[in-house]
Ligand binder design. Structure first.
Ligand code: 6GU
Length: 226
């Protein structure tokens, strides 16, 4: 999978892809995240990529030309499955969408900033708009990192058995059950006996029951999805 992220703040995105699982994914050649500085496509030598909005109002808008030039260039190099715009008014991101999109190959992800991007780029180029939740971030960068992480960890070979995505919260529409490690007794709180029993089938049942109970308590809405 290749994810080309267009941003005015590439520095903000360097760290998330340089550590842990996403780093391993790129070292294994399974996920390639490419940070593209929109200022390389500025309309002038001063690096201008944004301007005031027509009609007045506070906040700058990312201009059409730099984004169009940047996307046009990328699209001469390969075919993209989607041109995604990260925006609070996009479709809410969830595990199901991550699973579906993890089967695709190439993405362009546009990070908005300030007041967002010119509407005509959305009309002409963007094929999918994604929000990561009902709150407003100051830019799309952190949302793009969330998107890339959620997809990257699903790619075959990225996770090992210990970190397998199959037992995640949400992977079967349930929250994860509680987990424990050493010591067996911490300040009088003991690890449930069943987990020490070595009885695999019973442990599996217990975990499922705990996951179900936790989901009923905390996120009953998840149980009503198909
Ligand atoms: Cl994708 N971008 C921004 N700027 N804010 C958000 C968001 C995205 N998703 C939730 N809030």
């Amino acid at each position: 999978m290749r994810i080309d992220i267009i941003t005015v703040l590439p520095e903000l995105l360097e760290s998330p892809f340089s550590h842990s699982i996403l780093k391993r994914a790129s070292q294994k050649g399974l996920l390639q995240v490419n940070l593209i500085n929109l200022r390389d496509y500025a309309i002038n030598k001063y690096g201008t990529v944004d301007d005031y909005q027509y009609g007045g109002g506070a906040g700058m808008v990312l201009m059409c030309e730099p984004l169009a030039k940047c996307i046009d260039k990328l699209e001469t190099e390969r075919d993209y499955d989607d041109v995604i715009y990260m925006t609070p008014d996009g479709t809410p991101f969830n595990q199901k969408m991550a699973n579906t999109l993890s089967l695709k190959q190439n993405f362009i992800v546009i990070c908005g900033h300030y007041k967002g991007i010119d509407e005509r780029i959305r009309q002409l180029y963007v094929t999918r708009e994604i929000s990561i939740g009902d709150y407003v971030l100051s830019g799309g960068e952190l949302a793009a990192a969330v998107f890339a992480d959620a997809l990257g960890r699903l790619l075959p070979g990225v996770l090992n058995d210990e970190t397998s995505a199959l037992s995640d919260s949400f992977q079967d529409s349930l929250l994860a059950p509680p987990v424990y490690t050493r010591p067996e007794n911490f300040r009088g709180l003991k690890v449930p006996d069943i987990l020490l029993s070595g009885h695999e089938a019973k442990i599996k049942d217990w975990r499922y029951e705990q996951a179900l109970e936790r989901t009923k308590q905390r996120r009953p809405d998840l149980l009503n999805e198909e």
